[in-house]
Ligand binder design. Structure first.
Ligand SMILES: [Zn+2]
Length: 253
């Protein structure tokens, strides 16, 4: 005990500065992402994405150059967006239990889940305001989730071909194939060589315009591979309201 105490005392007495104290607060905005900057008595730059609020913050040495920090943050943009997406996509799964009365989304509309345990053949379908899920007794939430996502997949497959061909015409590109899968860090991907796009099954929960935004985003990748100015100019040309839709991606979980 004594040794521990001594060690602690020595360590503290060596510390000249309080590294936790925020000396100055600033803010950087990069592509609509606000980043709080806290200047402290520290040596390194730390970038953080909060696990619940998804807020991005940087702590940096007190003399840090803001232009440098801006460049640093810009270079980490992909990482930041990946972290934020991870939180958005993975958080709701923990909360949902797939019990009667629970709220679920389809195309941005709210449905109340009704679970019927039955010895009859499993089935799942929509009514105007409910999702009726008839399943065997004793099913666990993972099985219920899987069942609901099968419904989402069937429904998405019905609506996607029309949406894709609508935007192919507008953008004047053509894909050979599309697929739907659950992805942890992306809403969609585009394979330029195979001319194939993948869309996240989670999109079934979002309003049509938001799904269209992702389709447009992936199709624009056929014109421009990188998320650069040219890419965003195309986005604004084909879908002027895309920023709004992008923000709506975070809702309807
Ligand atoms: Zn992209």
């Amino acid at each position: 005990m004594f040794g521990k105490f001594l060690f602690k005392k020595n360590k503290n007495s060596k510390k000249k500065y309080d590294t936790k104290k925020v000396l100055q607060k600033k803010q950087i905005v990069i592509e609509n992402i606000k980043i709080d900057v806290e200047l402290k008595n520290i040596k390194n730059i730390n970038l953080k994405v909060d696990r619940t609020s998804r807020k991005v913050s940087i702590s940096a040495p007190k003399n840090a150059d803001m232009n440098y920090l801006r460049k640093f943050a810009a270079s980490k943009l992909d990482w930041i967006q990946k972290q934020q997406l991870k939180i958005i996509i993975n958080t709701p799964k923990i909360q949902k239990e797939y019990l009667t009365g629970e709220t679920h989304y389809f195309l941005g509309k709210t449905y109340s889940l009704e679970v019927i345990e039955s010895t009859e053949r499993p089935k799942i379908y929509f009514t105007p305001d409910r999702i009726i899920m008839q399943i065997p007794f004793g099913s666990v939430s993972e099985q219920r989730e899987k069942f609901l996502y099968e419904l989402y997949r069937v429904q998405l497959k019905r609506i996607l071909p029309d949406l894709i061909s609508k935007w192919e015409k507008v953008i004047n590109v053509k894909i050979d194939d599309y697929g739907i899968k659950r992805m942890k860090t992306k809403w969609g991907t585009c394979n330029r060589n195979a001319k194939r796009i993948w869309l996240n099954l989670e999109l079934a929960k979002k309003p049509i315009e938001v799904i269209e935004y992702i389709i447009v985003h992936e199709l624009v990748h056929l014109l421009e591979r990188y998320h650069n100015k040219r890419f965003y100019d195309f986005m604004s040309l084909f879908l002027p309201g895309w920023k709004q839709f992008k923000e709506e991606l975070n809702k309807y979980n």
